[in-house]
Design a protein around this ligand. Structure first.
Ligand SMILES: [Zn+2]
Length: 122
């Protein structure tokens, strides 16, 4: 992949990263706020627990996405971006357009989803 194209993906990834970090921070701040409003009402407490659980599961996904984005940015600076980390084949640009942090080509991703290939966490 040429540098100019890689830069386009770098911008995309950075933009997404900024939005994501803001979201995670907002969710965490909201969760802390709810904690601070100590309430004795069981219904309120249940609602709080539910909201917290939701926020926690959301931020786990967000964190995973953040890790993937960071890994993609690292691959860009190493000049390794756009190659499947399993087979080394170029990842289709259509796929990168949709998922700029994609680590695998469609073939390997398909194998992961079928459980035929272990997801490499690097
Ligand atoms: Zn592959």
């Amino acid at each position: 992949m040429d540098k100019r194209k890689a830069k386009t993906y770098q911008d995309k990834l950075t933009e997404r990263r900024v939005a994501l970090v803001g979201q995670v921070q907002a969710a965490e701040a909201y969760s802390r706020e709810r904690d601070a409003e100590a309430t004795q009402d069981p219904a309120d407490m249940a609602a709080n627990a539910y909201t917290k659980e939701l926020l926690m599961s959301m931020s786990t996904n967000d964190r995973q996405l953040l890790d993937s984005i960071d890994a993609a940015l690292a691959r860009i600076s190493e000049g390794e971006y756009g190659k499947c980390i399993n087979c080394g084949e170029p990842i289709l640009e259509k796929r990168l357009e949709a998922v700029p942090w994609a680590r695998h080509c469609i073939r390997c991703q398909d194998m992961i989803e079928r459980g035929q290939l272990a997801e490499d966490e690097e």
